[in-house]
Design a protein around this ligand. Structure first.
Ligand code: BGC
Length: 650
């Protein structure tokens, strides 16, 4: 082990090995480990994708795990039912347990339930993390994690690749919305609550019970700090910065008993984390005391060397215990086996990795629990799209909204005549963003969300039976008299990962149409309320100037009705719900105002970290007239070359 810098203090392990249940776990682990030959051990270290490995193959190779990546479903069917998911989980379970070569080690199925069980048709989709960060509500976070675990367990799946604990320092990064905040405070606060909600409280009754799932602290470490906010890029910062800014959430997750950690795609001073022994082994497993297992990111291990076999060996030797393989799992299996047989990967390293994997499986109760469809969590009527979960998601939407400007037009009366414009108004796919049904979140329309409510649906519900009227006109045109007010819903189209990387933060340079709509309405004397759907703060000075009120709704998910709850007064004209959200990301003053983070010297954001107006405050237009000169139009695009070994396109 290398010399570890003194700043890395251990987290207290909540799963004390003297605890009777842990002794039993240890016995199970050692028994199974002894029964596995080298091939069985290597099999445990491979995770294949459901589109690329049949249950029979998983059984035959004794694979340790499967995943469904974004946009992958049973039978390739986006509308696969809960029963289809359970049936597939049963098929994999039976194949793994019945396999002669695997010595009947049960298998783990992992999924990206990153804002609810968002790959599943009919599931409750919660706001993306950027909105939850604005809510500043740890109790809400835990409740969301409990509900998400219930939905995941209801489909027979054991493990979610969440929470993301990135501290995002440059908002051009395409994964900004997966982070809670630009400052570690919120992340450190939320990490243990989410882990406890997903897994149950470590060391207590109900930990990893049938309605809980394994959590993943991801991605370790530093991903929010890449140069220019490039996805999978290089992080150039001191070890103190890595520790002080980026490690806190992971430490808190380990202390809460998180059972898996996913390695990050980024490099640190030019060395890929997937091949970084100091960070993965010395710091994470050594100093921080993490005793679960490290899973690679999707083909992330391949980025550590040109040669595939060498890359497998290098990653495993650095401390990756399980290889998440996009497509070529057979190659990864044979490559790793070869590296073990020729001694490049020592047997002690393999035993350590497999021990960790078996330990997590034993803690999750997999050696003793029945087939997925026979578990209590998959009983009829539990879980996916449950009414109580949707109610919780709607509450989360209300609490995440941030009011940047209000000259008194809000809150609206329910008897108002409202024009609803913008391409985000009646578009559940857009309001959900990336990592929803498909990887990028694109190609989804309202019919793909049988339980969902668009923002427009919510406005209709708020005014119907109260003397109001709502007309939908995406381009803002209308005939006849002026409406009392126009709500214009616009924002970023869905994206995920590097596809969301941007050169600048100007919104109107990306889509000038909403600004034109707002200006035209203003010219006609119609008061305007902007509702901005976005995965990051953006330069919207022109849109702010053209709006009487400006609300940031982030990526609220399927329960769009939560927006109307706050925008409209109650049925008797009373104030029903005030705004609650506070920025967890500083708002830029111009299109290239990034990195911009609270605590910077010369910190001069347009709206500071923590900003958010309330109705109970006096009407406040927030800003005065803002400078509109910086549009970033025509600025040369950055070189968009992907890092070597990149996984694009999926
Ligand atoms: C992402 C991970 C995700 C994995 C599996 C990767 O591309 O970086 O966050 O868990 O895919 O879908």
């Amino acid at each position: 082990m290398s010399q570890i810098a003194p700043m890395w203090r251990a987290s207290a392990n909540p799963l004390d090995c003297s605890h009777p249940s842990e002794r039993c776990v240890q016995r199970t682990v050692e028994g199974y480990l002894r029964s596995l030959g080298v091939e069985g051990k290597v099999g445990q270290m491979i995770q294949a994708e459901i589109a690329n490995a049949t249950p029979t193959e998983v059984g035959e190779y004794g694979l340790g795990s499967i995943l469904n990546g974004g946009g992958s479903f049973p039978g390739g069917d986006k509308h696969a039912s809960v029963d289809d998911w359970r049936a597939l989980a049963d098929a994999y379970h039976d194949a793994a347990r019945g396999s002669a070569r695997s010595h009947a080690v049960p298998l783990l199925w992992g999924t990206d339930a990153v804002h609810g069980h968002s790959n599943v048709y009919g599931a409750t989709v919660f706001p993306h993390n950027i909105g939850l960060g604005a809510a500043r509500d740890g109790d809400l976070m835990e409740a969301i994690a409990v509900a998400t675990a219930r939905e995941v367990a209801a489909t027979g799946i054991d493990w979610t690749f969440a929470p993301t604990l990135a501290v995002v320092r440059d908002d051009r990064w395409g994964r900004t919305y997966e982070g809670y905040a630009e400052h570690p405070d919120v992340v450190v606060d939320y990490a243990p609550r989410v882990v406890a909600g997903l897994q149950g409280a470590a060391g207590e009754a109900g930990f990893l019970g049938e309605d809980r799932v394994l959590a993943t602290a991801k991605h370790f470490l530093g991903e929010g700090h890449t140069t220019d906010g490039r996805d999978q890029g290089d992080v150039v910062c001191s070890e103190e910065t890595l520790h002080d800014l980026h490690a806190g959430g992971h430490r808190a997750a380990v202390a809460a008993g998180v059972q898996t950690v996913m390695a990050a795609y980024n490099s640190w001073h030019g060395t890929k984390v997937h091949g970084h022994r100091y960070l993965l082994t010395d710091v994470l497993k050594g100093a921080l005391g993490f005793d679960g297992f490290v899973v690679s990111d999707w083909d992330g291990f391949l980025q550590t060397a040109e040669d595939r076999a060498e890359a497998c060996g290098r990653s495993v030797n650095a401390g990756v215990d399980m290889l998440m393989v996009g497509v070529e799992w057979r190659a990864a299996y044979h490559d790793l086996l070869q590296q073990v047989v020729d001694g490049t990967v020592p047997m002690e390293r393999v035993d350590d990795a497999v021990r960790r994997i078996l330990r997590v499986k034993a803690r999750a109760g997999l050696f003793s629990c029945p087939r997925p469809s026979e578990r209590s969590a998959t009983e009829e009527g539990t879980g996916v799209g449950d009414a109580s979960h949707r109610k919780l998601a709607r509450q989360a939407v209300r609490r995440s909204l941030v009011l940047l400007k209000n000259n008194g037009v809000l809150p609206l009366r329910r008897d108002a005549k409202v024009l609803v414009a913008g391409d985000g108004a009646d578009n559940i796919g857009k309001q959900c963003g990336g990592w929803t049904l498909t990887w990028q979140g694109t190609g989804n329309d309202n019919a793909d969300f049988p339980n969902g409510t668009s923002l427009f649906d919510g406005f209709v519900q708020a005014t119907a039976h109260h003397g109001g009227a709502v007309a939908l006109s995406p381009n803002g045109e209308y005939a006849g008299e002026n409406p009392d007010v126009a709500i214009v819903v616009f924002g970023e189209d869905p994206y995920a990962e590097g596809d969301g990387d941007r050169d600048h933060l100007s919104y109107s340079a990306v889509d000038p149409k909403p600004l034109a709509i707002l200006r035209k309405l203003r010219e006609r004397g119609v008061p305007t309320v902007s509702v901005f759907l976005t995965g990051r703060p953006m330069w919207v000075n022109p849109e702010l100037n053209a709006s009487d009120a400006f609300v940031v709704a982030w990526l609220p998910g399927t329960e769009g009705g939560g927006v109307a709850d706050v925008l409209f007064r109650g049925p008797n004209g009373e104030l029903a719900h005030d705004f609650h959200g506070r920025l967890s990301f500083s708002w830029p003053r111009h299109a290239l105002h990034t990195p911009l983070n609270v605590g910077d010297t010369d910190y001069a954001p347009l709206f500071p970290y923590g900003y958010g107006l309330r109705y109970r405050d006096a009407a406040d237009d927030g800003t005065g007239r803002l400078d509109e000169s910086d549009t970033a139009v025509g600025r040369p695009a950055r070189d968009s070359t992907r890092p070597t070994g990149s996984t694009y396109p999926r």
